[in-house]
Design a protein around this ligand. Structure first.
Ligand code: ZN
Length: 369
């Protein structure tokens, strides 16, 4: 497990490199351990790996492990060690992706090996997918390919680092880019142009009072909106004809992202009614739905029973979970490591935590299948 983790870190599956090398390492691991695995690759460097144990038929009760193969980039100068040369020290493996989430991925992969020769009343599908940190391209592809092959899904465990807490909800992401347009002119004759920054200013003033309708959620709190990036203009002496602002909206389960976009469009349209020069365009940067699995679902109860953990909580981060939900399957997030280390320099995972997760995953599979 530790060796697999170190190999995966060395393969540096950042966006620039893609996941193919990591996928080959993982597929080879399954191969050597006699587990049927498939490496699905596309666009030269992108890859998903799937593996399954237990029954082979489409009607088999199916438990899924969901992991992402990609990791975020690392600024070498901020690390004490080389981020892609894993170091083992004081019971930890240090390296980019150790905690998010190659560690959890290895614990789940080891569980597949542990149970591969055991009689199971169903099957376990392990999916390690591409691009979770950017556009979730891998999980979308996996769901498309497997939708018709999983007729009796029981549950998915996303092995993101939760410090072995069981999480069953997170907010969604709606990242929008709003552009305003104008007409350029010499900076000394602003009356000859239309200043796109001033148009954006009018919009931002409206957005300060924008209340996105929602009802407070007991685990997740409220929906939030924050304008976090603005770009416009090219020089001190040129009237800008373009300005853009990026808005980070975090949504709650049940909130319809397209309604929020329509609301924003209405705000823009209203400004356009009083100002014929007001021209905008809204585009989506990224959208991931919120996740909520009800505590009373049998799958949640079974996982709690198998692990001896009674309390379920919400995650502060988003996951590929909502895509797995499209397989009509309840989703939980449960994995080794300290989530606060994600995306940071000197990211590490405790080797004991990998082993603990492996044992927990073993118990969950045995309990359910
Ligand atoms: Zn992650």
């Amino acid at each position: 497990m530790k060796e697999l983790l170190q190999h995966l870190i060395r393969s540096a599956p950042i966006l620039e490199n893609g996941e193919l090398r990591a996928g080959e390492v993982l597929a080879d691991f399954f191969d050597r351990n006699g587990i049927e695995a498939s490496l699905d690759h596309w666009d030269l460097t992108r890859a998903n790996v799937t593996a399954s144990i237990g029954r082979k038929d489409e009607n088999a009760p199916t438990l899924l492990f969901g992991a992402h193969l990609d990791v975020v980039p690392a600024a070498k100068e901020r690390w004490q060690t080389d981020p892609f040369c894993p170091v083992e020290m004081e019971g930890r493996v240090i390296g980019r992706g150790a905690v998010d989430m190659l560690g959890g991925l290895c614990s789940a992969a080891a569980t597949m090996v542990d149970l591969s020769n055991q009689p199971l009343n169903g099957r376990v599908i392990f999916a390690a997918t591409a691009g979770e940190e950017t556009d979730s391209c891998g999980v979308k592809r996996f769901v498309e390919q497997f939708r018709s092959q999983i007729k009796n899904p029981i549950g998915t465990i996303i092995v993101e680092p939760t410090g072995m807490k069981i999480l069953r909800a997170h907010r969604g992401i709606l990242w929008l880019n709003v552009e305003t347009f104008g007409k350029t002119a010499h900076g000394s004759t602003p009356q000859a142009g239309i200043n796109a920054i001033l148009k954006m200013n009018a919009l931002l003033n409206r957005l300060q009072d924008w209340q996105i309708p929602h009802t407070l959620h007991t685990l997740l709190g409220g929906c939030s909106m924050s304008i976090n990036r603005i770009t416009g203009g090219s020089a001190t002496n040129i009237v800008p004809d373009h300005c853009s602002a990026e808005i980070d909206i975090r949504t709650l389960p049940g909130q319809d992202h397209s309604e929020i976009i329509n609301d924003l469009q209405d705000i823009c349209d209203n400004l356009g009614k009083t100002d014929p020069d007001f021209k905008t365009q809204i585009s989506i940067i990224r959208t991931v739905d919120a996740l909520e699995t009800p505590a009373e679902k049998p799958f949640v109860k079974a996982v709690c029973q198998a692990t001896g953990i009674t309390e379920t909580q919400a995650a502060g981060f988003t996951t590929d979970g909502p895509y797995f939900e499209k397989l009509n399957v309840p989703v939980l997030i449960f994995g080794p490591g300290d989530g606060s280390l994600c995306h940071k320099p000197d990211e590490y995972i405790e080797i004991d935590a990998l082993e603990q997760a492996r044992q927990m995953y073993n118990r969950i599979v045995r309990q359910i299948l």
